[in-house]
Design a protein around this ligand. Sequence first.
Ligand SMILES: CC(C)(COP(=O)(O)OP(=O)(O)OC[C@H]1O[C@@H](n2cnc3c(N)ncnc32)[C@H](O)[C@@H]1OP(=O)(O)O)[C@@H](O)C(=O)NCCC(=O)NCCS
Length: 175
Amino acid sequence: MAFPAGAVAPRARWRIIRLHGTDRPLLRDAVADDLPALVALESTFPGDRLSARQYRHHLRSPRARLRVAVSEGRVVGASLLLTRSGSRRARLYSIVVDPACRGRGLGRVLLEDALVQAGRAGCGRLGLEVRADNSGALALYRGLGFTEQQRLPAYYDDGMDGLRLDKATDPDGMP
Ligand SMILES: CC(C)(COP(=O)(O)OP(=O)(O)OC[C@H]1O[C@@H](n2cnc3c(N)ncnc32)[C@H](O)[C@@H]1OP(=O)(O)O)[C@@H](O)C(=O)NCCC(=O)NCCS
């Protein structure tokens, strides 16, 4: 069944409602104390990982928005949004969920939050690049209405193609 862009499919809505219950993670801006947890999360990422040094840089940068999802006092997910001076297009540079917490709607919540954050930063669109073989991430992005803009041949170090996707942002949403 197809849903209009931006709409939430019933199954996903159920998951989000569940996240709003006792185990609902808190989304907040990352702070320096989150660094070890961020690096640990990144180690579960398939290739092209962000280093502690890069995270430190993004934490200080006014152009970066680093968000973490915290559940029971533990960082269980993160997203990194980058903006550029003079550009109305933000870039989702990274999104990752702790493997033990995947499949429960957290990636979707982080992505919806990124759309809101990008909109509030004055960006009308949120773009991202994803490995063409990352079917899980692609399902997440497409499910939220991201559409493919461009194929990027051999974009990744191992020769894998990338896909550039984007979507209009949501400045009025409730992260
Ligand atoms: C991609 C990632 C962030 C998804 O996080 P998640 O919390 O498991 O995702 P959600 O539970 O919110 O899933 C949302 C939707 O994405 C899709 N999806 C997510 N993972 C999937 C998978 N492995 N296979 C198929 N579909 C998947 C589902 O369609 C789901 O929709 P549904 O709720 O209707 O079932 C997570 O798998 C991850 O951290 N992967 C490693 C890092 C990575 O690849 N990041 C993206 C780089 S561009």
